[in-house]
Write a protein that binds this ligand. Structure first.
Ligand SMILES: Cc1cc2nc3c(=O)[nH]c(=O)nc-3n(C[C@H](O)[C@H](O)[C@H](O)COP(=O)(O)OP(=O)(O)OC[C@H]3O[C@@H](n4cnc5c(N)ncnc54)[C@H](O)[C@@H]3O)c2cc1C
Length: 331
């Protein structure tokens, strides 16, 4: 493995960013080499995937490694389910289609989410009523001492766009063990999905149809980062307590009740706060989905955070709700 100086960090927000040292990790031996380089040069270590959820600074000190370990192994083949271990450097969407072709079901609602398999557990990727945590049996990690360990699903402490990996940045995800169904079990109650499928008899709906409808909905709603640089949702949907739920539903904000409390839509707050068409010289809100920010001409992460802070403070002033960022400011 080659550790190079001044390596550009790819990112879908298309910011210019360079790591002091950079390398691609394709094996555990590469990882051990990275750890000894880190020790010898006394530098920090950060792991990235495909850069679709980071806002990197112009110059990132230390060592930034990209996980490029690939491989898919079927570990169990039961009557109703399979257990598959997928290496962190595999592309998430390619794996979703690979699984569908194999007749391994469950991931169809998570189609077309950009990025790597290794990053999927970091923020517990989710869309259209599903989360990757629903399918994770374990996560294979390499720790700061170079040891390989498996964390069970419970140990990963998954929540809405959160996991233990956001708290413990010393864990590198090397692979993910996914338990998938051999018998389709459709999850089509999410409003956009059910309305796109309305009129079809339920017995005629297959996981492949669900995946292609969700891919169509996403293409219509979300900007392609190649033409409109973005990181998907910039803000998380706020989780709120009962008092805020009552206060906000009283002024017409939609409040979703869930097992652990209440959730509201960040897009609705941004829209109702009048930020739907907000723009500055460098960054703007995507009008069809205003929680997506688009990079028009920003070069540095500080230009991005200035705009994001502006949206956040308008929403805070109007609704007394603090929006949290979804992407990681990196560096
Ligand atoms: C157009 C668009 C649409 C999107 N839609 C969705 C969506 O519907 N739902 C959703 O949840 N997300 C969505 N996202 C966000 C993004 O796709 C996910 O967060 C994805 O998992 C990021 O993968 P990545 O490989 O690009 O990670 P990166 O951006 O490279 O990294 C993200 C974070 O994970 C850490 N990380 C990455 N790999 C590892 C590893 N192997 N070990 C340890 N830490 C690691 C990084 O340090 C960083 O903190 C969208 C993004 C875009 C651009």
């Amino acid at each position: 493995m080659l550790i190079r100086k001044n390596l550009p960090i790819d990112n879908t927000f298309q910011l210019n960013s360079v790591a002091e040292y950079g390398a691609g990790i394709s094996s555990h031996d590469d990882y051990l080499e990275v750890l000894s380089f880190r020790k010898k040069h006394r530098v920090g270590l950060k792991v990235v995937g495909e850069g679709s959820n980071i806002i990197p600074r112009r110059s990132v000190q230390g060592l930034v490694v990209k996980m490029i370990r690939t491989g898919i192994s079927q570990l169990e083949d039961g009557d109703d389910t399979v257990l598959v271990e997928v290496s962190a450097g595999e592309n998430w969407n390619d794996f979703v289609f690979f699984a569908l072709e194999k007749g391994w079901y469950g991931l169809e609602n998570l189609v077309k989410i950009p990025g790597s398999v290794g990053a999927a557990p970091i923020q517990n990727i989710g869309a259209y009523g599903a989360e990757v945590a629903d399918f994770i049996e374990y996560v294979l990690v390499w720790d700061a001492d170079g040891k390989e360990r498996t964390l069970s699903r419970d140990e990963c402490l998954f929540g809405y766009r959160s996991s233990i990996f956001q708290r413990d940045s010393e864990l590198t995800v090397a692979g993910v063990g996914l338990r998938l169904g051999k018998i389709p079990k459709l999850n089509i109650s999410y409003p956009d999905v059910s309305s796109a499928l309305s009129g079809r008899p339920e017995s005629s709906i297959t996981p492949e149809i669900v995946a292609s409808k969700i891919a169509e909905i996403r293409a219509a709603k979300l900007p392609d980062p190649k033409s409109y640089p973005n990181v998907g949702s910039f803000f998380k949907n706020p989780l709120i307590d009962e008092a805020d739920a009552e206060r906000l539903s009283g002024i017409g904000i939609t409040v979703f009740s869930q097992d652990s409390g209440y959730k509201i839509s960040a897009a609705e707050l941004i829209d109702r706060a009048g930020c739907k068409d907000l723009a500055d010289q460098h960054v703007y809100c995507w009008p069809k989905q205003p929680l997506v920010l688009i990079n028009k001409s920003a070069i540095s992460s500080s230009e991005v955070s200035a705009f994001a802070e502006r949206v956040r403070s308008i929403v805070l002033e109007k609704f007394r709700i603090h929006l949290n960022y979804e992407p990681k400011f990196f560096g």
